[in-house]
Every structure is written in C-alpha cells, then in structure tokens.
Write a protein that binds this ligand. Structure first.
Ligand code: GDP
Length: 284
C-alpha cells in the first residue's frame, strides 16, 4: 500500500488511552462493518482488550448481504464470540444490546450479589476503526445529537457516562483504533466500503478489485445494473464494457478508466447494486 495514515506514535497513544479507559468498564462493544467483519477489525484488538467480556456489533447490516451476515453470525458463534447484527442509523437491533451486555457480565454481577453489594449498571466502551459508525451508534443509544468526536486520537475530553435505560452505561467517547494495513485484499475491502480514504489506494485498482469480486459473487446484480451481456469475459473486459455502457469514453473512443472506476465505486457505495458483502467466512 502506498502510505499509512496512522503514525506509529498515534497508534501507541490510542492504545494507551484505551488501556486506561478499559479499567473503568465491564464490557467492550467492538463495532465492525457487517460487510467486512474481519477486515474492519483492528489487528491488535484481542491484545488490547485482553480478557474483558466483549460483544461484536455487526454494524451497517442494512448495507450487507443478509445471507452472508447470517454466515458471519454463525462463524462468530462457533468461536464463542457473541454478536449482534445492527443498523445504527435506524436503530434496528440495538434494543438487544443491554440484555446481552448484562449476560456477559453475569459472573461479576453474581459475585456482587454474593458479597451483598447491590449490582450496578453495566459499563461499556465502544471500540472500532474510523467510519465504522461509532458516533452514530452512541448518538442512537443516547437518543440525542452530540458533537462528532473526529478520527484522531488524543483529543482528550472529560469522559461522561451515557445512560442507556437503567442497566447500561456507556462512555460517551468511543475508542478509535487503526484499521489493518497488512495485505492488499484487506486494503481493497476497506477502500470499497469507504472505511479508508480514497487517496490511500489507487482508485482504479480498488474499482477493478470490486468488479472482479462482483463478477464472481454477485454476477446477477452486476449484469442487471450495467446491462452486461457476457460475464464470462475476463474481469478487465467486463470493466471496459461497464465503461462503454456508461459512456466513459475519451476522445478517439478509448475507455476512460478513471471515470469508469469512479462510477463503479459510487454505485456500490450508494447501494445501486443492492446490499452486498465484501468478504465471506469461506474466503478465510
Ligand atoms: P465513526 O467514525 O466510527 O464515528 O463513524 P460515523 O458514526 O461517523 O459513521 C460513518 C458513516 O457511516 C456515516 O455516514 C454514518 O451515517 C454511516 N453509518 C453509521 N452506521 C450506519 C448503519 O448502520 N447503516 C448505514 N447505512 N450507515 C451507517
């Protein structure tokens, strides 16, 4: 990949800040993008969170392929990881969170009861990479509009607890972790879904990756959207046909690859091809 947007010093600082805040909470809500549940996880999340109980929230479920999301739910369940599939924008699925959080903390609650201490509300921290929907989720759970926190670590603010019903309290500032920079496919998946800025990877490469993937997994949607005839052609020819169909031509009739790439990515991100997932458990 061309460059990284997170300076190692910022990573270390983000990690320190989160470690500090973990001391105040009982459970972690790890927010991932339901379209790319593994690629949108921070590479060091397990190491950072340690053995705090954790709930994975498969967010933006409205944009993901429901059949693949089911597969992901099963994937995590097999690994004894609790998940809830949510849409933070509409609020769908969020009502299940307090109950599950409480269940995750039941050992601690039982110990309190044994000691004669009145159990308090479960305290949680939201963690996730930029753009995964942390602010949207917090605002939804808080039921009010709040200022956006921004993607940079180190904006030290006074922490406040947000009450979600009687039994859950949330830190109002989420923990922001860096995305994976490890391999090209992960980078492409992050870029297609808009998790990393378009300047980081070559736009054309990202769109070409998307066409290759769609051709393999979502052929019908691709054919339908661009009125394609021959999907058995090599991906580059399919890409070119999309360009021609959408009038992306330079003087002299040559394909305008940049224009075609722009259209394809815009269509995917605005769900013109429907709800799509960009990784499946079987890809791993
Ligand atoms: P943050 O950087 O993690 O705090 O992410 P934001 O909360 O700012 O969300 C990034 C973008 O994703 C915004 O445009 C949100 O409206 C959008 N978003 C967040 N959650 C959802 C969701 O569940 N569904 C859809 N469709 N969009 C979402």
């Amino acid at each position: 990949m061309k460059q990284i947007q997170w300076f190692p010093g910022h990573m270390a600082k983000a990690r320190r800040e989160i470690t500090e805040r973990l001391k105040m909470i009982d459970v972690v809500f790890e927010l991932v993008d339901a379209r790319i549940p593994l690629s949108s996880r921070n590479p060091m999340i397990d190491d950072i969170v340690g053995n705090k109980p954790r709930l994975i929230l498969l967010n933006k479920a409205d944009m993901a392929d429901p059949a693949i999301t089911k597969q992901w739910e099963a994937y995590f369940e097999e690994r004894n990881v609790r998940t809830v599939t949510v849409n933070s924008k509409s609020g769908q699925g969020l009502n299940r969170i307090p109950e599950i959080a409480k269940d995750l903390m039941k050992d601690k609650i039982n110990k309190m009861i044994e000691k004669g201490v009145k159990p308090r509300a479960v305290r949680a921290l939201i963690l996730g990479i930029p753009n995964v929907g942390k602010s949207t989720l917090i605002n939804r759970l808080a039921n009010k509009k709040m200022a956006k926190t921004g993607d940079r670590p180190g904006i030290t603010q006074r922490q406040q607890w947000i009450k979600v019903g009687k039994e859950l309290e949330l830190l109002d500032t989420p923990g922001i972790l860096w995305p994976k920079f490890e391999d090209q496919t992960t980078g492409f998946r992050l870029a297609v879904t808009g998790a990393i800025k378009d300047e980081i990877l070559d736009f054309g490469d990202v769109a070409f990756f998307a066409v290759q993937y769609l051709k393999e997994v979502y052929g019908d949607q691709l054919r339908e959207r661009y009125k394609l005839e021959d999907l058995t052609a090599p991906p580059i020819e399919v890409f070119e046909e999309i360009g021609r169909k959408r009038g992306c031509l330079l003087k002299g009739g040559e394909i305008d690859y940049d224009k075609a790439a722009e259209i394809i990515l815009r269509d995917i991100r605005s769900e013109k091809l429907g709800a799509l997932s960009f990784e499946r458990p079987s890809d791993f």
